[in-house]
Ligand binder design. Structure first.
Ligand code: FAD
Ligand code: MLT
Ligand code: ZN
Length: 483
């Protein structure tokens, strides 16, 4: 059922749903928010990559924090396991049930609670879709500090729970900095009001950070308060070609020095990624024809002075083209070109899914070593497997994706544990931004010490003694709460 994952046993102490449970949920949520219909359960049981398939028979759609609290208190007392679910765009099998866990889907909690036009602080419910928040803040003259290809479906609660990075992290930093407060419901139904709106608050342990990136294993995030930066008037996007990875690296160093204050994205893709996009997405064309170059870099600048920013970028590009670091390049002339350049970069995950079976890795690695892994994998795997490299170069985050016509255990055995060992040897992280989920629960030691994992297990046991919240995920199965 879960290709590529070690087999997991259902934890026997979890109860199974019965008609009394359904009656209780209907009494607190209303008939329409208790979903047992197979047609609606099916997509919620399947992840975005179609790699993980659960068999939940029940999805609940709470509309308020109080309803989430009632659900949790009840499930805890009945030992019913829960999987919190946002937009279900997660890439590590964290958002779908492994067995028959109750799906608590947050999509109905999608209200904006307040927006302060002076400070740019947004307070909203966890089920707000990222793109809707982007449109809302845009209307108010602000932007969301995070952006990612899944913005049309992912929810802010899911973003916070995975500590999503994305395309603007290089400029605005991670959610650990931008999230000012959280409201979360614990496994026993306790509502934790940590929904501060202060930039600075050093009163004791900053508990909200436990919920940022813990993938629904410690509580359900119900509200979020977020610092949004002002929208600046001038955005420029350049699509550039480089001959080799070293040139991309040098380009990043130069961009940081020369475009520092306006640089808002620095993304890269190799020729394999470009070909996957060109071959699988409708209406996408190569902005730098005729040939496909070895590497492409997308640079975005965002600043407040239209002509100054553009001139600054063009002078920068001209100088580096003369020096040979950039082989070819184009600066978007209008909003349509801006979106067509971004479509190439953001469309890679979708294009990969259309190209066959995908083995997806999301690694933090030292910048200078990052692409060596892609080359080594290519040498190791050979034809007909394709090794595709792209990612957030500005954050030293490589997305290593391997595709083959069909899923094959032998190919997986050639990739793992090699990729994890290589990453660990270079003191990288086996999850830069996607999380651990089910996919890497047993691999966490490649990036964390036994002492750190043990402390995580203790925190989990203290906050969720019955282990009902997103079981089988994040922590090694041998140490999960019920063992
Ligand atoms: P889900 O997928 O529903 O859930 C993800 C995890 O969070 C699960 O463990 C779930 O149990 C938990 N969860 C969800 N909501 C809550 C809640 N309210 N309370 C507690 N736990 C909760 N990630 C990046 O970091 N950067 C990218 O650039 C990026 N690009 C992507 C592009 C595409 C096309 C896709 C499909 C995914 C991409 N992702 C990226 C993966 C990323 O993790 C998600 O898109 C997003 O952050 C998950 O949000 P979601 O609402 O879909 O959460
Ligand atoms: C991206 O940067 O495109 C996302 O993290 C998704 C992916 O890696 O496939
Ligand atoms: Zn990414």
């Amino acid at each position: 059922r879960f290709y590529g994952s070690a087999p997991v046993e259902r934890i026997p102490s979890f109860s199974e749903i019965n008609s009394k449970d359904i009656g209780y949920f209907k009494s607190i949520l209303g008939e329409n928010n208790v979903i047992q219909d197979q047609d609606r359960l099916q997509p919620a049981n399947t992840d975005w990559m179609h790699k993980y398939q659960g068999s939940s028979k029940l999805m609940l759609l709470p509309r308020s924090t109080e309803e989430v609290s009632h659900i949790m208190r009840y499930c805890n007392s009945r030992h019913l396991a829960i999987v919190p679910q946002g937009g279900n765009t997660g890439l590590v099998g964290g958002s779908v049930p492994v067995f028959d866990e109750v799906i608590v889907n947050m999509s109905q909690m999608n209200k904006i609670i307040s927006f302060d036009k002076v400070s740019g602080i947004l307070v909203c419910e966890a089920g707000c879709i990222l793109e809707n928040l982007e449109s809302y803040t845009d209307n108010e003259g602000f932007v969301m500090p995070l952006d990612l290809g899944a913005k049309g479906s992912c929810q802010i609660g899911g973003n916070v729970s995975t500590n999503a990075g994305g395309l603007r992290l290089v400029r605005y930093g991670s959610l650990h900095g931008n999230v000012l407060g959280i409201e979360a419901v614990l496994a026993d139904g306790t509502v934790m009001d940590m929904l501060g709106t202060l930039r600075k608050d050093n009163t004791g342990y900053d508990l909200k950070h436990l919920f940022i990136g813990s993938e629904g294993s410690l509580g359900i995030v119900t509200k979020v308060s977020l610092l949004t930066p002002p929208k600046l008037s001038a955005t420029n996007v350049a699509f550039l070609a480089c001959n080799d990875y070293l040139s991309c690296q040098k380009l990043l160093i130069e961009a940081r020095r020369k475009l520092g204050e306006v640089l808002s994205a620095f993304e890269f893709l190799d020729s394999y990624a470009m070909n996957v996009v060109l071959n699988n997405l409708e209406g996408v064309r190569n902005p730098l024809p005729p040939a496909v170059h070895n590497f492409y870099v997308l640079i975005e600048t965002t600043g407040s002075d239209e002509s100054y920013d553009r001139e600054k970028l063009e002078t920068f590009l001209f100088r580096l083209m003369e020096s040979g670091l950039i082989l070819d390049g184009v600066v978007a002339q209008d909003i349509n070109q801006v979106s067509s350049f971004w479509r190439i970069r953001e469309g890679i995950p979708e294009a990969l899914m259309k190209s066959g079976a995908v083995y997806k890795y999301d690694l933090s690695l030292p910048l200078e070593k990052m692409y060596d892994l892609v080359d080594e994998m290519r040498a190791r795997l050979g034809h007909p497997v394709k090794v595709v490299g792209y990612g957030h170069l500005g954050d030293s985050n490589l997305h290593l994706n391997i595709t083959s016509p069909k899923y094959d255990d032998d190919i997986l055995a050639q990739i793992e544990p090699f990729v994890y060992e290589w990453t660990s040897k270079h003191r990288g992280s086996i999850s830069a931004e996607h999380g651990i989920g089910l996919m890497k629960a047993n691999k966490i030691y490649y990036s964390k010490s036994p002492e750190a994992v043990q402390l995580m297990v203790s925190i989990k046991k203290m906050m969720d003694p019955n282990g009902i919240l997103n079981p089988y995920k994040v922590l090694p199965h041998s140490l999960s709460a019920n063992n």
